[in-house]
Design a protein around this ligand. Sequence first.
Ligand code: HEM
Length: 503
Amino acid sequence: MELMQLTTLFPTAIFVVVTFFFLSWLRRKPLPPGPRGWPVIGNLLMMDQLTHRGLARLSEKYGGIIHLKMGFRHTIAVSSPEMAKQVLQIQDNIFSDRPPTIAITYLTYDRVDMAFGDYGPFWRQMRKLSVTKLFSRNRAESWSSVRDEVDAMVNLIATNSGSPVDLGEQVFGLTHDIIYRAAFGSISAEGKQVFVGILQEYTKLFSAFNVADFIPWLGFIDPAGLNTRLPAARSALDRFIDKIIDEHLEKEKKTGDRDMVDEMLAFYSDHEIQNDSNDLQGPVRLTRNNIKAIIMDIMFGGTETVASAIEWAMAELMHTPEAMKRVQQELVDVVGLDRRVEESDLEKLPYFKCVIKETLRLHPPIPVALHQSSKATMIGNYHIPKGTRVMINIYAINRDKRTWQDPDVFDPSRFLHEKSPDFRGSNYEFLPFGSGRRSCPGMQLGLYTLEMAVVRLLHCFTWQLPVGMKPSEIDMSDVFGLTAPKASRLVAVPTPRLSCPMY
Ligand code: HEM
């Protein structure tokens, strides 16, 4: 009898379960539109098209939100202000995680930092620490290191007046020096060279394609040699920063000229700690790995982003001589040529401010921001599964034809209009610093460096292209990675134009 009951109940249960799943599948809303993929690999063969420009082209065909299947991974690309608002504001509690790629997880000691960690109590504590202690305007040391290093760059350029200067190299050197000094307190040429090498390898590894991120059982296919390069890069970082941490621990500085490592060591605990505390008010405790991973966040966040923006601002101005003339005339009218331009002058330079905004619109230093969904949700009528990777195409949004007239033209005066969008994150048409929970915590410091460097370069020198070169011949192409710097360095010839000492 019992056996008979079982033989009838079992098929009924299976029938009920299958019907339930079938009906929920039927009821389920579709995924966003997008190019069809292959079985198993999905759209992986399109990998080289998934740059800021390639995604912008795809969105012209499929719309402001598109779906791609990268191996087993659902991925969406968001390229319109409306969809960005959905992800960054309306549902930002769902879309504030970061994708844990194998390289990121390994290089950040299992994501014990701020930039690559998931949204949660630990991330909130790290964010609070960064905003109040590391990137805060009250930390005068960072701001003074910007001024000193900009002075040093101007000084060096002045010694080369009349000859071609590799401006790209100068500004990348500048931001490395600023952040290196703000983080470690001193600049040793040898130390900086080693560290920049580590940073460059980290940048390559973060953006290297790894098939195992999309189809885990294909991890043995490793053409980029990640399985050996990852441990080598992390050991190099360990050797470098452990030494710096030890030196700082020895001459512990409680007051005075404190660098970022000193600030973090105030929260140091040499015991491994559980980083899942819900208590935002409770004491923050940092391990060595936290400190190392946060330093890398600061290095990534604060060097290439700012340097590429300075180089692009100068390149666009040299490419558009009317804009260069106008901004330099504004400096003559407002500041004059018999004293240095100061931070307090910036607010009186409306056209200069527009040059900075227009540069960040056309060349957002982080062209595509990466997020991940923490649970299944809907955007409009589309189903977005849990764990979907989200690429927010800031580049495409900043050039959306519906918002911007002649979107590809460098025209700073578009920002002179009172109602022009602002970049602080509440206008989803213009998002150079992102918006919402994961927006840039270093915005103030980044903007300050960008503005001070560009304004001093424009005020101190007249810039010409190397002999025989026309503005239209400047290479304005970019390369895609975590940032989108100029593909070839900007070379220009400076001539001093101040009647007072420059530095
Ligand atoms: C012109 C300069 C800069 C621009 C345009 C910029 C832009 C951005 C963008 C777009 C994001 C990602 C937002 C998102 O995922 O939604 C970001 C994140 C971040 N930025 Fe910046 N940034 C700049 C300078 C800086 C500086 C100077 C620092 C630090 C010294 C910094 C540190 C960071 C960090 C740590 C994050 C990750 C925040 C998190 O995940 O919670 N940035 N930045």
